[in-house]
Design a protein around this ligand. Structure first.
Ligand code: ADP
Ligand code: LRH
Length: 488
C-alpha cells in the first residue's frame, strides 16, 4: 500500500501538539503542524483544564494538515490520563474537566478504602495508588450537582473523539488509569463501581486501541476542510501507552522512561504483576496496546523543573533552559537530593522553596541558585529512575539491559547522562515525540497501511529520528550511597 498520512493529536500536560506522520512499512516521517501551551486555569476555587481551547487548537492543527497533505487518511487522539468530562442528556459537556492536581481529592482515597480495602483494590486493578486516580476523583464528587445531571463520563481523548465523530467510547489503555478496570477481565469492575453510587451508568463501553471510530462530523469537516474520507481511529489514547508503542527498542529487555511532565518508568510485560510486593512498591499495571501490560511507576518528573521555571519567571527572573541545564552540569553532584515523589511536590506552587524546605528538614545544604536547584532536581530524578528500573526488573523477574528515554526529557542531555550513570545502563534518548509516533503507528495499522506486532511498529518508529546514546560512566558506589541516603 502507498504511505498513509496519519495525524496525531497529542495532548500533554504542558502542551498540546498536532503532528502528521507519513507511514509506510519501512519508514515514518513526522512533521509538526501545530503546538500550543496547555495552561490550566484556577477558577472559583478549582483548578480546571481549558478544554475548549485545547480542542479549538486541535482543529487548527487539522486545518493545517489539510493544507499540507490534502485529505489525510486518519486521525488519532491521545492525552494525559485520569481526567474526564461529564456529558449531559443533550450531548453537551457539563463544565470543564477538573485538573488531577486540584485538591478536591484530599481524603477521598480513605473513603474508598473504607468500603474496599486498598489491598483488594490493587489485586483487582493493579493500579498504583495516586491520590488523583479517577476512582478517587469520583469519590470526591459523588454529590456534585454536575454528577446529578450527567449521563456519560468521557476521559479527555474519548471526549475529543466524541467531539470529532459523535461516537462515545472508553478506550482501553486510558480506561485502565481510572482505577475502575479489572485487570483480569479487562472491563469495568462491578465490585469497585459498587462503592461509587451512580457512576456505573455513566461509563461507555470499553474498546481496544485500533478500533476505527468513523468519519468526522460534518461541522468538523466544514471547519477543517477535511472530508469524510479521513477516519478517526481509537489509538492507545493514554499518552504514555502511545509513547511506549513509539519506543524504538530492538528486541526485549528494555526499560523505558516516558519523560515529560511526568516520568513514567517501567517495562512492557505480557501479564500484570499483582503481588503484594508490587503494591507496596506502588507499581502500576496499566493497559498497553495489543493487550500488553505497562508495568511502571509515576516519578514526579520534569514538573519539578517546569514549576521552578514558572516561579522564577513570576518573580521577574529570566530563565534560559538550555543555559540553565548547562550550568547545572557544572554544579557538584549529589550535594542536595530529594525524593521527587514526596507528596508536597504534587500541587502547583513554589518548587524551589519546597525543595529548600525538604533539604532543611533532611539536614542537607539548601540549593540557593537556579543552577543548584536544577542540579538537585535532575540528580534526584536520576536517582528515582535507578531505584524504579531496578525495582521493576526485580518485581517482574525481568533482565534489563538498556533504558530508552522518550518525550521532551530526551532533549535534556544532562538528565540522560545522569540516568545512565544512576542506572548503570546505556541510555538511548529519543524520539522526543514518541507519543505522537505511537499514536500514528496504531492508526496506520488500523487502516491497513502497515501490519505486524509491536516489534514491527518499533522498527518503523526507529526510522523517525536518530537516537542519542549515553554510556554509564561507572559511578556505582556514589549512586548506591545516594540511594541509601534518600531511600534508607
Ligand atoms: P508533556 O507531554 O507532559 O507536555 P513533553 O514530553 O512535551 O511533556 O516534555 C516537556 C519537557 O521537556 C519540558 O518541561 C522540558 O523540561 C523538556 N524539554 C523540552 N525541550 C527541551 C530542550 N530543548 N532542552 C531541555 N529540555 C527540554
Ligand atoms: C503523563 C500522564 C501519566 C499519568 C498522568 C496523569 O502525561 O498521562 O501517565 O499518570 O499523566
Amino acid at each position: 500500500p502507498p504511505p498513509a498520512h496519519c495525524v496525531a493529536i497529542d495532548l500533554g500536560a504542558s502542551s498540546g501538539r498536532v503532528l502528521s506522520a507519513t507511514v509506510s512499512a519501512d519508514a515514518l516521517t513526522l512533521v509538526e503542524l501545530h503546538r500550543y501551551p496547555n495552561l490550566p486555569v484556577r477558577v472559583a476555587g478549582s483548578l480546571e483544564w481549558d478544554v475548549l481551547y485545547l480542542y479549538r487548537e486541535a482543529l487548527e492543527g487539522l486545518r493545517r494538515a489539510r493544507q499540507v497533505h490534502g485529505p489525510v487518511d486518519s486521525i488519532g487522539v491521545d492525552s494525559w490520563a485520569v481526567d474526564y468530562g461529564l456529558i449531559a442528556e443533550d450531548g453537551r459537556l457539563i463544565g470543564n474537566p477538573v485538573h488531577y492536581r486540584d485538591l478536591r481529592t484530599a481524603g477521598a482515597a480513605d473513603a474508598v478504602f473504607e468500603r474496599l480495602p486498598r489491598q483488594i483494590l490493587y489485586e483487582r486493578t493493579g493500579i498504583q495508588h495516586l491520590p488523583f486516580n479517577t476512582v478517587f476523583q469520583l469519590a470526591a464528587s459523588l454529590d456534585a450537582p454536575a454528577m446529578q445531571i450527567a449521563r456519560e463520563l468521557l476521559l479527555v481523548p474519548d471526549l475529543f473523539n466524541y467531539w470529532l465523530t459523535g461516537v462515545r467510547t472508553a478506550e482501553y489503555t486510558n480506561a485502565t488509569t481510572t482505577g475502575l478496570v479489572d485487570a483480569h477481565t479487562r472491563t469495568w469492575s462491578p465490585e469497585i463501581l459498587a462503592t461509587l453510587a451512580g457512576v456505573a451508568r455513566l461509563l461507555p463501553e470499553i474498546v481496544d486501541p485500533g478500533t476505527v471510530l468513523g468519519a468526522l462530523r460534518p461541522e468538523v469537516q466544514e471547519s477543517t476542510g477535511l472530508d469524510a474520507s479521513s477516519r478517526v481511529v481509537c489509538v492507545g489514547s493514554h499518552d504514555t501507552a502511545s509513547a511506549v508503542v513509539g519506543v524504538p527498542a530492538e528486541g526485549e529487555g528494555f526499560a523505558y522512561i516516558s519523560c515529560g511532565t511526568w516520568s513514567l518508568v517501567g517495562l512492557e510485560l505480557t501479564r500484570p504483576v499483582l503481588t503484594d510486593a508490587s503494591r507496596r512498591a506502588n507499581f502500576s499495571n496499566e493497559g498497553g496496546v495489543d493487550a500488553t501490560t505497562r508495568f511502571l511507576r509515576n516519578v514526579m518528573g520534569l514538573w519539578l523543573l517546569q514549576e521552578s521555571v514558572r516561579s522564577w519567571q513570576a518573580a521577574g527572573q529570566t530563565v534560559d533552559l538550555a543555559a540553565l541545564i548547562g550550568s547545572a552540569a557544572t554544579q557538584p553532584g549529589h550535594r542536595s537530593l530529594i525524593d521527587p515523589d514526596d507528596i508536597r511536590f504534587l500541587p502547583p506552587g513554589d518548587m524551589p522553596s519546597r525543595i529548600r524546605e525538604y533539604c532543611a528538614e533532611t539536614g542537607q545544604p539548601q540549593p540557593a541558585t537556579q543552577a543548584a536547584v536544577v542540579r538537585c532536581i535532575l540528580d534526584s530524578l536520576a536517582l528515582a529512575y535507578r531505584r524504579t528500573v531496578r525495582q521493576a526488573a526485580e518485581l517482574s523477574g525481568t533482565d534489563v539491559s538498556v533504558v530508552h528515554v522518550v518525550g521532551g526529557g530526551a532533549r535534556n542531555g544532562l538528565l540522560c547522562q545522569l540516568a545512565a550513570d544512576a542506572t548503570g545502563l546505556p541510555v538511548l534518548a529519543g524520539p522526543v515525540e514518541a507519543a505522537a509516533i505511537g499514536n500514528a503507528l496504531v492508526q496506520a495499522r488500523a487502516i491497513g497501511a502497515i501490519n505486524g506486532h509491536l516489534s514491527d511498529l518499533r522498527r518503523i518508529s526507529s526510522t523517525a529520528e536518530p537516537v542519542t546514546r549515553f554510556r554509564p560512566s561507572g559511578q556505582e558506589r556514589d549512586w548506591a550511597a545516594a540511594e541509601a541516603r534518600i531511600y534508607g
